[in-house]
Design a protein around this ligand. Structure first.
Ligand code: PLP
Ligand code: NAG
Length: 478
């Protein structure tokens, strides 16, 4: 009896110690993991930034909490309502003569009616006058001639869809040729790529490709990328979509290039890809791609060079004789394409300075082996074998045809001329601001088509009337 009792209690005792040990082990494991995560985070962002991030997060939560109070809620809703109305009034045409078409017409309308209605819509609200070169960063058009070419190509391939290459082989061929032409422009004859719907998709696909590559080759399950603060928002969007952590590294205030020391510190075993731009959207500067490439090669991670905006401008600078910059060595272009060691992917928007129809871009990889990680295949789908290269399933073959047509129409010479005239204009603006407006200075040393300026006043106030700048820029642009 006694012995049974003692053996019983002994067994339950050892069971409870086992339980305790597992609990402790689990606790230590979680603690270690979280500590490692925190260490990497702080290493990547710096202690100061981490603290200010936490501060910002707490403030945000407090504000959200306060806003949930009934008294605050009513007030906020009232203000939001006003703001919404304001935006609506700005964007949506309104007035007694505006007819809104909110349900399907009983009978189909004629082409004449449709065009007349579009005429009305265009007149109802003053759009900006983009045809005369007064809009920057929004409209890229190659003139009236190219519009005709694109429309003709579109019409011909209106219903085509590269999802079915057996039915539309011409579209499939044109896509492959567009990618091949872009690869040649960016100096990679052994590379591979695909077309996408725009720069954002090219970037997101490249992130996905590097994520899946790193998972297969390096076993990375919690991927991170490192981007300059001047990188396009598409990288943050991709991070949010794909579950990739994004470390944003500040740029040098003078050169506007990403701080390489800081990038190096942020690299850890979860890093899948670094990012540099040629050129960036905010101020048109170029990151040190050679430096980033060296880091990428050394740590065996990818390097995506965002040439979405540089597209059909930066590859032509050398031939246009503009890559060397001016006599003071300003506006010089540094190496940025596949000739740079470490570069694994480049995005190039045909729908920007390629003057092709909106909704087209190209993502390129160093080789087909890397591109493989972009593809999605479902061999046993109930609807048949399903395979697609990028985010979309069905894709507009007409846009591919339009892009192919635009590139054939422009040719090497056409793009060279467009590069020369656009970049010369940008440099004229930069030079004139530098030499004749003391209150302003040019940010960094932009090598291509974008110039940005800031106030040279220490407090950052701009004491030049906007009208003066507009008339000045208008004059230079002509
Ligand atoms: C325009 C742009 C993108 C993204 O382009 P979308 O075509 O608008 O999706 C990405 N990077 C840079 C530098 C850009 O200028
Ligand atoms: C800005 O211009 C006004 C009028 O020309 C002048 O009075 C003022 O001192 C200027 N401010 C700065 C900061 O230069």
């Amino acid at each position: 009896m006694l012995s049974t009792l003692s053996s019983l209690s002994g067994r339950s005792l050892s069971r409870s110690t086992l339980y305790e040990n597992i609990k402790t082990g689990l606790f230590v494991y979680i603690l270690l993991r979280q500590t490692l995560k925190a260490k990497r985070h702080i290493q990547a962002r710096g202690l100061f930034t981490t603290i200010s991030e936490i501060h910002r997060w707490i403030s945000q939560e407090v504000v959200l909490l306060v806003l949930r109070l009934p008294s605050a809620k009513a007030k906020v809703e009232e203000e939001m309502g006003k703001a919404k109305l304001d935006i609506e009034n700005q964007l949506v045409p309104k007035g007694p003569n505006v007819v809104r078409h909110l349900y399907l017409p009983q009978e189909g309308q004629s082409l004449e009616w449709i065009l007349a209605e579009m005429d009305k819509m265009d007149q109802e609200k003053d759009g900006a006058d983009w045809r005369h070169g007064r809009i920057s960063g929004a409209v890229y058009h190659g003139g009236d001639d190219i519009e005709k070419i694109i429309v003709a190509a579109y019409q011909r391939y209106c219903v085509s869809n590269p999802l079915h290459p057996d039915i539309f082989p011409a579209v499939r061929k044109m896509e492959a040729e567009i990618v091949a032409m872009c690869l040649r422009m960016y100096n990679n004859l052994d590379g591979a790529g695909t077309m996408t719907s725009g720069g954002t998709e090219s970037i997101i696909m490249s992130m996905k490709t590097h994520r899946d590559w790193a998972r297969e080759v390096k076993g990375v399950t919690e991927p991170e990328i490192i981007i300059p603060s001047s990188a396009h928002a598409a990288f943050d969007k991709g991070g949010a979509y794909l579950g990739i952590k994004v470390h944003t590294i500040p740029v040098d205030p003078i050169t506007r290039k990403v701080n390489l020391k800081h990038v190096k510190r942020a690299i850890n075993s979860n890093t899948i890809m670094l990012v540099g731009s040629t050129i960036n959207f905010p101020d048109g500067n170029q990151d040190d791609i050679v430096g980033l490439g060296a880091l990428a090669a050394r740590y065996k991670v990818g390097l995506h060079v965002d040439c979405c905006l540089g597209s059909f401008i930066v590859p032509f600078l050398e031939k246009a004789g503009l890559a060397g910059g001016n006599v003071q060595g300003k506006y010089k272009l540094e190496p940025f394409d596949f000739r740079v060691k470490g570069v694994t992917a480049i995005s190039c928007d045909t729908h920007k300075y390629g003057f092709s129809p909106k909704g087209t871009s190209v993502v390129m990889y160093r080789d087909a082996e890397l591109r493989r990680h972009q593809y999605y295949v479902l061999p046993d789908w109930s609807g048949g074998v399903y395979a697609s290269p990028s985010l979309s399933g069905s894709r507009p073959g007409a846009l591919i045809a339009g892009t192919w047509a635009a590139m054939q129409y422009m040719g090497d010479k056409g793009y060279l001329e467009s590069c020369r005239s656009i970049v010369t204009c940008a440099r004229t603006i930069a030079e004139r601001i530098t030499t004749s407006i003391d209150e302003l200075y040019i940010l960094g040393s932009p090598p291509a088509s974008v110039v940005a300026f800031a106030s040279s006043h220490p407090q950052g106030t701009i004491n030049v009337s906007i009208a003066a700048v507009q008339s000045f820029v208008g004059r230079s642009a002509k």
